[in-house]
Design a protein around this ligand. Sequence first.
Ligand SMILES: Cc1cc2nc3c(=O)[nH]c(=O)nc-3n(C[C@H](O)[C@H](O)[C@H](O)COP(=O)(O)O)c2cc1C
Length: 313
Amino acid sequence: MLAPMSGVSDLGMRRLARRFGASLAFSEMVAAEAFLEGDAEAAVRAEGEGVSPHAVQLVGREPAAMAETARRVAGAGAEIIDINMGCPARRVSGALAGAALMRDLDHAERLISAVVQASSVPVTLKMRLGWDAASLNAPELAARAERVGVQMVIVHGRTRAQFYEGRADWTAARAVVDAVSVPVVVNGDCASLDDAVAMLTCSGAQGVMVGRAAVGAPWLVGAISRALAEGGPVRLPGVDLRREAAVQHLDWLLGKLGVRAGLRHARKHLAAYAEAAGASAALRLELVTTDDARRATVLLERAFDGEILEDAA
Ligand SMILES: Cc1cc2nc3c(=O)[nH]c(=O)nc-3n(C[C@H](O)[C@H](O)[C@H](O)COP(=O)(O)O)c2cc1C
């Protein structure tokens, strides 16, 4: 599965991830209060045209606001609602949402229950191992979540206190697997088929979620998935398909956000596509600084030329 990534897993990327075989692709987190206030960015994040199943992640603290958002998002076509209890950002945990909910499991359970009750579609829960090493309560939260109706649990193998430091502890996710009977997905530092196999073996989980390694490579998730299912090595799509997909992603951003905002938002994707394709530093620099949409497209196409030469060699 493609992980929810704020500012990254936009609809353009989710479409590509699904098209190339990811089982699920989660939206960027949608802040419930902002969504209910009619915030335009929150609305865009929750869009899912052309992605099925359409999985929307919500973040917030207040059960009523989260429930109402879930009701509306499902009414607008979401097929899965995920609740964010893993975000470590101070902006989010300072508002006592995201991973901060792991510090108050009674409140977390009330929130989950409210969202499940309000949702006509399956609800999933994404969490960390706990707030810090002294409070590894993911198994308890998962068990409570299952009791109130959550249908899948995703565990990022770090505590909130770790942010993104160190290595994700895949073995620690086993306690979550043991605590519930719903499927568990393990997440954190998956960049290859070997990682995915190790994650599943260490944790006993049923699925793997890929985040950062899929930036600039939305096809990676499906390629790993296929290799897991069928055996054999990871086979990436050919360079023509990858170039075309990257350009489609840029086109989607430009069409959705306009040239200025579209190019600004696209930068992290463009940099990642170009780096993964082995483009020169000079090309990458121009690609992420140009404010000309046409030029960006030409450069993005050209970024893959090195691969064509390599392919031909
Ligand atoms: C830029 C960025 C944005 C993220 N935004 C979210 C988010 O909106 N919701 C969420 O649950 N996790 C978010 N995460 C965490 C990822 O979903 C994932 O748990 C984490 O990156 C570990 O997986 P990885 O090592 O495969 O990247 C974000 C991570 C990154 C790098």
